[in-house]
Design a binder for this molecule. Structure first.
Ligand code: F0G
Length: 379
């Protein structure tokens, strides 16, 4: 058997493309390297011939794409001597911050909107021993507080305004290009703070500007990528960002003060990467759009029932929007499309159970009763 080295996380994998040194202590939980799953049934269901994939980021160690950014942010915080990190969060960032801080042996402070984060995420923050601060306000208010308090206390912010977060998250684009052999025609993402759509664009641009030989390069690390005016070769996708209708500042063209949606992860009205995201939209020739909560939940259920992939509601926004735009022809037949599924469905069991219509069959423990339950429910 040829020796195959163990996968040890995305910093090791893309070390020469990330701002780390040879002697940097890497804080990793083996994040990245997530499956790109080709959808087999959904093209038939929508009656269109498209090559559509989901990038299942829910299979990262804490169940969301945040781990990609957090491995970098915590690695650099530790390298710079920080003993504590802080974030505001709709749940996934706090879960990742808590886990990576535990791994590093430092303290995580997480500010979350009271009563508005999914159960699984709260459980993670608590289990990993972070200091959970619930605020009687929303994510945007928490974010504003975090930005202020960092000037008054020795804590490193690990929200996506920390540039190392985007550095880690750009590696998802590297993986997609490497797996498909090219960038897809369209890349669809759910948008909250808009850090992830920005990070993906950085990744695609670095890849294409280096012709596959990606080097350390982008505005965020003083390099030479597209953001800094580097030369472009190779293809890049149109970046499409979908928001929940009740939390859609990019559609309104301005900040939204009272965001509301069942997709609590993207219940954000004041995106931190506002300017970058518009830049991404313009440069890539993509667009923003919004999806109703009903459409988001329907896509989540369809994906789980027809493809066997369980994502959280916010994540299904990418698929919900893509399916609508494929149906309408805005995304033409023959296109290759990647939808990022940002978080695992197990993060939010309450929403899943509440919307499920699957029958729960209660029976006596007899062979006859089991037999009937089977025969009555065979398709
Ligand atoms: N999907 C999920 C599951 C998320 O948790 C988030 C953001 C997004 C999409 C949007 O990503 O902000 O980069 O545009 N969650 C953050 C958090 C805000 O605190 O966990 P974005």
């Amino acid at each position: 058997m040829p020796f195959r080295s163990r996968y040890t996380g995305l910093i090791d994998r893309y070390r020469d493309r990330l701002p780390v040194h040879d002697d940097t202590r890497i804080i990793s939980l083996g994040e990245g390297n997530t499956p790109l799953i080709r959808l087999h049934h959904i093209p038939d269901i929508i009656g269109k011939d498209v090559d559509i994939y989901v990038k299942y980021e829910g299979l990262n160690p804490t169940g969301s794409f945040k781990d990609r950014g957090m491995t970098m942010a915590v690695t650099k915080a530790v390298e710079e001597g920080s003993k504590a990190i802080i974030c505001a969060s709709t749940g996934n960032t706090s879960a990742a911050a808590a886990a990576y801080a535990a791994r590093a042996g430092i303290t995580a402070f997480v500010l979350i909107p009271e009563g508005k984060i999914a159960q699984g995420k709260l459980a993670q923050a608590m289990m990993h021993g972070s200091v959970v601060i619930q605020i009687q306000g929303n994510f945007d208010e928490g974010m504003a507080l975090v930005k202020q308090v960092a000037d008054h206390a020795p804590v490193t912010i690990v929200n996506s305004i920390n540039p190392y977060r985007l550095q880690g998250q750009k590696t998802a684009a590297f993986e997609i290009v490497e797996e498909l052999g090219r960038a897809p025609d369209y890349h669809c993402l759910p948008v909250g703070n808009a850090g992830n759509i920005t990070a993906h664009w950085i990744g695609y641009c670095e890849y294409s500007s280096a012709g596959g030989e990606v080097t350390k390069a982008c505005k965020f690390c003083d390099g030479n990528c597209r953001f800094a005016g580097g030369a472009i070769v190779g293809n890049r996708p149109k970046m499409v960002g979908y928001q929940a209708a009740g939390s859609a500042p990019f559609m309104r063209g301005k900040m939204v003060d009272d965001p509301e949606t069942v997709a609590t992860a993207i219940r954000i009205g004041h995106p931190q990467s506002w300017d970058y995201a518009w830049q991404v939209q313009k440069e890539s020739g993509g667009w923003f759009d919004e999806c109703s909560d009903e459409l988001i939940l329907a896509a989540q259920k369809l994906l789980a029932e027809k493809e066997g992939v369980f994502c959280e509601p916010a994540s299904a926004t990418s698929l919900a929007g893509a399916m609508r735009d494929i149906k309408s022809g805005k995304i033409p037949e023959g296109s290759s499309v990647v939808c990022t599924l940002t978080g695992h469905g197990l993060k939010d069991p309450d929403t899943a159970i509440a919307q499920s219509t699957a029958p729960l069959i209660n029976i006596k423990p007899t062979l006859d009763a089991v037999k009937h339950a089977i025969l009555d429910n065979l398709n």
